[in-house]
Design a protein around this ligand. Structure first.
Ligand code: OAD
Length: 257
């Protein structure tokens, strides 16, 4: 049997016996949908310097430039659809008694595939908040306008600027999501999929789950700093690997006599 198939079998057997499963996703999970990743040959960070765009000082200095970038990303994602990886991960919510997806992605594709209650560590492209934090506005709200007619877009409550509801460099992760992610790291099987595993605290959940006894798996066509720490590394694109795992799980499903 080919080594990759053997690895998939091994992971599927662990999943078939698992009650508590947690998956950490990164940009690679959305790659098959056409959403650019951050790093790598076509990565967003190759063409833009994050320090120019994804931080509060940059926004204060040039809100229009920062908004042009986010408005462009919203336009790209609006044209994309969830792929097999998102669909399999959404279906697993019905398969495992305790299940969580922790994502670094801000594209909303897990939700569009039908997964509720995603743990979103880095916020959402589809949420915005008042830059001045005006008293009349909620802390954040959904706005799916694509493209915005004028940049920077304006707060409907005070007329000031709004900002994207994503976590920028130098900002704290949402406290509620950190608490949920920490609890989700308590699991039988932990899969890290489509992430370069270099941005913390997200990358730390793999180590936490492992320290708590989880069987750990990486799904990524390339090596990452996580590779040497997992029990099994599956070297396939996420949509292919997760569809293969799902097919194996369906094969192990027992039918009543
Ligand atoms: P990266 O762009 O850093 O890494 C994407 C990973 O996906 C790489 O390891 C690729 O090898 C892998 N990959 C590419 N195609 C794939 C496929 N089809 N299937 C599976 N894997 C594939 O993206 P993230 O790890 O998500 O943070 O980046 C983490 C954070 O860095 C982002 O959330 C963002 C960025 O700064 C913030 O904006 C706060």
């Amino acid at each position: 049997m080919d080594a990759e198939a053997e690895r998939l079998d091994r992971v599927a057997a662990r999943l078939a016996a698992a009650r508590r499963v947690t998956v950490l996703t990164g940009a690679g999970v959305s790659a098959a949908s056409g959403v650019p990743t951050f790093r790598g040959p076509e990565g967003l960070w190759r063409r833009y310097r994050p320090e120019e765009l994804a931080n509060a000082d940059a926004f204060a200095a040039n809100p229009r430039l920062v908004w042009e970038w986010y408005d462009w990303r919203r336009q790209v994602v609006a044209r994309c659809s969830p792929n097999a990886a998102h669909r399999v991960l959404a279906g697993w919510a019905r398969r495992f008694p305790s299940y969580a997806v922790i994502t670094q992605n801000v594209d909303g594709l897990h939700e569009r595939a039908g997964l509720d209650d995603v743990i979103r560590l880095h916020g959402s492209l589809w949420e915005v908040l008042c830059w001045d934090g005006c008293a009349a506005s909620p802390p954040r709200w959904r706005d799916e306008t694509v493209p915005f007619p004028d940049l920077p877009p304006r707060c409907p409550h005070c007329g000031g600027m709004i900002r994207p509801g994503v976590v920028w460099f130098g900002e704290a992760l949402p406290a509620r999501e950190v608490v949920r992610a920490d609890a989700a790291a308590d699991c039988d099987v932990f899969i890290t999929a489509g992430t370069s595993a270099i941005v913390y605290p997200a990358a730390g959940y793999l180590h936490l789950s492992r320290a708590r006894g989880a069987f750990t798996v990486e799904v990524n066509p390339a090596d990452t700093p996580a590779t040497e720490h997992v029990e099994v590394a599956i070297r396939l694109p996420a949509d292919v690997a997760l569809a293969e795992l799902e097919a194996r799980l369906q094969g192990t499903r027992t039918t009543a006599p």
